[in-house]
Design a protein. Sequence first.
Length: 180
Amino acid sequence: MAVGMNGAMRSVFSLGGVCAVILPLWAPPAGAAEATVIDNFHDWTAFAETEGGKKVCYMASAPEKAEGKYRKRDDPYVLVTHRPGEKTIGVVSVRAGYTYKKDSEVEVNIDGQRFTLFTAAGQAWARDTKTDRALVRAMKGGLAMIVAGISSRGTLTTDTYSLNGFTAAYDAITKACGVK
């Protein structure tokens, strides 16, 4: 887990359902909640589960294209998560499939709009809620999202995600979690 600048705890590994539909090679931690697929929306899948008695809804997508001169890499993906019980809505996170270079940043380009995410181990997040909101707005209106990061070995990777189905999936997790 990592703590963002806004103090919200952000966890990707507790979302074990991603492995069942999006990333069959990724194993969730022991005791992870069982996720239910809400529906598939083109290139995004929406999920809901309960963690510690609280509803969690999220959506995930794998890249259409993953580029870089690496020999081995786990599956990368992007999540957008609602945790209404913790008052965190629309938290964007990136899983690289490797450990990021220490103190590096990830660059996100959505149809020319640029964002910078901070990294911790193999994950990247926005520094604050305002940036998460801007990312979600751009993703709703965008066609493609390009995520560039540097591994702990110095390898540059560039992953291209389709945003086809993003808005429908976001609306589905918003409804499932009762977010207004």
